[in-house]
Write a protein that binds this ligand. Structure first.
Ligand code: ZN
Length: 150
């Protein structure tokens, strides 16, 4: 189990140091901000939804290793998914890190997101790990109307 933990820790650190899909998604049709004052994590998730498929997703902001790596891995996980698939993934991820499900219950679907299974041991960190997901969920469900001068 130790080797696996090391592997997961390595994955989280890698995504913290080199976050994927990081930056502002220009012309995104939705976005939402996530704020976790307990830890000081603050991030914004941008996404495009076409025919109910998440065609593009990016994030920007600053936070701890867990919140940043979770946001990075989330963008990889939800890109190309339908709204329903993405929401299901969020529910399973949430169940995993709050200890309602084990890695074994989840099967292969969660993929790299399993790296956060150990976070459940640290309740304060659960908010870090789910911050990007909550922002993603808010963006998915509240259409953002861009203000334009044209
Ligand atoms: Zn944090």
């Amino acid at each position: 189990m130790t080797d696996l933990d090391d592997l997961y820790q390595e994955l989280i650190l890698d995504h913290y140091r080199r976050p994927r899909n990081f930056g502002r998604l220009e012309g995104a049709d939705r976005h939402a901000e996530g704020n976790n004052p307990l830890c000081g994590d603050r991030l914004t998730v941008f996404l495009n939804l076409r025919d109910d498929v998440v065609t593009d997703v990016m994030f920007e902001g600053a936070g701890c290793a867990i919140s940043t790596a979770s946001a990075s891995l989330m963008t990889e996980a939800v890109k190309g998914k339908t709204r329903e698939q993405a929401e299901k993934l969020f529910r399973r991820f949430h169940a995993l890190i709050t200890g309602k499900e084990t890695v074994g219950d989840n099967g292969p679907e969660l993929g790299k997101l399993k790296a956060f299974a150990g976070v459940g041991q640290y309740p304060a960190r659960v908010k870090c790990a789910t911050l990007a997901w909550h922002a993603f969920d808010a963006a998915l469900n509240n259409r953002f109307e861009d203000v334009t001068t044209e």
